[in-house]
Design a protein around this ligand. Structure first.
Ligand code: 3PG
Length: 306
């Protein structure tokens, strides 16, 4: 029976781990867990006899694939697969998958939570503002953005979205107003929430051309990836728009500098934790296990990304 490695530098919740184990045991699969590892060599050693691996943000690069001679499938329990070298996966005849939608509600709740936290001055007791009646613009309209829209509409926000890969009816069906230019996302939003993947095309795409357009007191929300931000432009917008604020689950490389300069106008989670809920871990972990079983039993390659 196939051997499955679950390699999570940032572990799943304990109850999610039990459920993933039960799923694999039901299918008669062998498994082992590598959690909280501190060096990539530990991952590479663990990959030596794995035929399948479930990961989170763990790095599957050329070196990792070279250490995994028996590997047939890697499933990223989550949405973003920028941590997998897809070319290397293909070159090693490994199928790469993600589990779209499974952890999205958790990330959306964190995005909204950070908006409330900054609107209320980090709960310091001083009079803040409400989200109700404000305009929220979403850059990208995938799973997380749709959950954000649903919660934001419940709060009473006016929600717009821009997604160059989608037709208007997808947004309209969710009660969200479609935008037709990325500039409008940055011009219109009181809150601007980023929901695009990190790819060659999107790296540093949130640049000065876009950031220069934001309202004086706009709040930028990033639960996506730090790589999509042009960090020099971010510093510039803080300097030029005196009430601009930034909340992020994926702190920029220059976070220490920004925190020192603008302590009241930023919030960064200490460690990326958008998907850190028991529910998200369970949903994504079980989906990953099921996808591996369906792949070996039926050749099912739904959710293949390479
Ligand atoms: C994702 O892409 O699914 C999220 O960013 C969550 O990532 P994580 O599993 O590393 O927390």
């Amino acid at each position: 029976m196939p051997k499955v490695l679950i390699a999570t530098e940032k572990p799943f919740a304990a109850d999610a781990v039990q459920k993933i184990k039960a799923e694999l045991e039901k299918a008669g699969y062998e498994y082992s867990f590598l959690e909280n590892y501190t060096d990539k060599s530990e991952l590479h050693n663990a990959l030596a006899d794995a035929e399948a691996v479930i990961i989170r943000s763990d790095i599957m690069d050329e070196e990792a694939f070279n250490s995994a001679p028996k590997l047939k499938i890697v499933v990223r329990a989550g949405a973003g697969y920028d941590n997998i070298d897809l070319k290397a996966a293909t070159a090693h005849n490994v199928v790469a998958m993600n589990t779209p939608g499974q952890n999205s509600n958790a990330v959306a709740e964190l995005a909204i939570g950070m908006m409330i936290y900054i609107a209320r001055n980090k709960f310091n007791g001083k009079s803040g503002t409400e989200l109700s009646g404000k305009t929220l613009t979403l850059y990208g309209f995938g799973w997380v953005a749709r959950y954000v829209a649903k919660i934001a509409k419940g709060i009473g926000m006016d929600v717009y979205a821009y997604d160059p890969y989608l037709q208007d009816d997808v947004m309209l069906k969710e009660g969200v107003k479609p935008l037709h230019s990325v500039e409008d996302v940055f011009k219109l939003g009181d809150y601007i929430s980023l929901h695009i993947p990190a790819t060659e095309e999107t790296k540093k795409c949130v640049n000065w051309n876009l950031l220069s357009l934001v309202k004086e007191d706009a709040v930028l929300v990033n639960t996506a990836r730090k790589e999509i931000i042009d960090e020099e432009a971010l510093l510039k917008v803080f300097a030029e728009k005196k009430k601009f604020r930034y909340v992020s689950d994926v702190a920029p490389d220059n976070s220490a500098e920004i925190l020192e300069l603008y302590p009241d106008r930023v919030f960064f989670t200490p460690k990326k934790m958008g998907a850190q809920t028991s529910e998200a871990n369970t949903n994504a972990g079980i989906a990953a296990a099921k996808q591996i079983i369906a792949f070996f039993e039926k050749g099912d390659t739904t959710y293949k990304v390479n």
